[in-house]
Design a protein around this ligand. Structure first.
Ligand code: TRP
Length: 333
């Protein structure tokens, strides 16, 4: 039975607390997949090193992200949740795959071009080979499906090309993965800039994002200062990006569909509506925050999860890596 389930792999960088956009757009979906698939969810701390990190902050955030995975409802007995740096196979396979990836391919990656513009004082080789490490992540677990956002499509395509290239030379070693674009994911826009996706990377304005650990008062303050549109009707419409985004958030937080919500707030005005969205979001994330706090106090439990899941991940990765090493001609140990 187990063996028939398809395998899912995805990863997230531990560079900050996830926000509502991450949660509703991706993470909530990860939870929904854990029964139907063999899921492996990695905290890709090695990828984060491509940009300078404060060691203490990186360590704390990595742990917090793992706790957040559990708080959101990932079951560490079902899904494997672990740190990339705990499984040395990622680095080993990345090296091997580097030798099957062309400079030209990596130079075409739009994310590399963007990131090297942003970090012009630190264009390190890791930034360049970032997609190869990502390919290693995925191929090490023979993933069939990889839930990703739009910004990772090009990296996925490269991963598939590397897998196909390798398989052409050595036989069927890797499962060639497919990107998985979630059916139930909501696209959440910034509260202050509703024309753009909610994202921390270029968010000068902190009111733009709701972090999953924001305190209720702060959440309310952010919603109250959310940008609305001209007029006063709570209607979903392309010329009302601010109100439409709030409707999407309200609907996701309450399960009420958008047209129902429009009826509910007819004639009520923007101020009343924004307050209601704030309250809905506070209620919606309260159980997650509570569970996170519990885990924060239970160091031993979290440590045990980290150890057990790291071992499970390592067991899968080593099997695949052993096969790869044999295929390329490394002497048997
Ligand atoms: N590059 C991905 C991102 O920034 C994170 C990531 C690393 C990833 N390895 C992965 C995602 C493997 C999916 C599968 O979002």
């Amino acid at each position: 039975m187990e063996a028939e389930k398809k395998a899912i792999f995805s990863g997230m960088q531990p560079t900050g607390m996830p926000h509502l956009g991450n949660y509703l757009g991706a993470l909530k979906n990860w939870v929904a997949l854990q029964d139907e698939y063999r899921c492996v969810y990695c905290i890709v701390d090695m990828h984060s090193l491509t940009v300078r990190q404060d060691p203490a902050v990186l360590r704390r955030r990595s742990r917090e992200l793992l706790q957040m995975y559990i708080a959101m409802g990932l079951d560490p007995e079902k899904a494997i949740i672990y740190f990339q740096s705990h499984v040395s196979g990622h680095a080993e396979l990345a090296w091997i795959l580097n030798c099957f990836t062309y400079m030209g391919e990596l130079g075409r990656m739009t994310q590399f071009k963007e990131k090297s513009q942003k970090n012009s004082d630190n264009i390190n080789a890791g930034l360049f080979t970032y997609p190869v490490l990502m390919a290693a992540d995925i191929l090490l677990y023979n993933a069939d499906l990889v839930p990703i956002g739009d910004d990772q499509r090009q990296h996925m395509e490269l991963c598939r090309n590397i897998a196909l290239r390798f398989n052409n030379i050595y036989g069927d070693v890797f499962t060639v993965p497919e990107p998985y674009l979630p059916k139930i994911g909501a696209r959440i826009m910034g509260l202050a800039e509703p024309e753009r996706k909610m994202s921390k990377s270029d968010g000068a304005n902190e009111n733009n994002l709701i972090y999953l650990l924001d305190k209720p008062e702060l959440i309310m303050k952010k919603f109250k200062s959310a940008v609305t549109d001209s007029g006063n009707e709570v209607k979903y419409s392309s010329d009302k990006p601010g109100i439409s985004n709030l409707l999407v958030i309200y609907s996701a937080a309450t399960g009420v569909d958008i047209s129902q919500a429009e009826n509910e707030f007819e004639g009520k005005g923007y101020g009343f509506f924004k307050q209601a969205v704030g309250e809905a979001v506070i209620e919606f994330i309260k159980p997650i925050q509570r569970r996170f706090e519990e885990l924060n106090k239970d160091k031993d439990y979290v440590d045990a999860i980290i150890r057990a899941n790291g071992e499970k991940a390592n067991a899968i990765a080593s099997r695949v890596l052993r096969k790869v090493k044999k295929k390329v001609g490394f002497p048997a140990v």
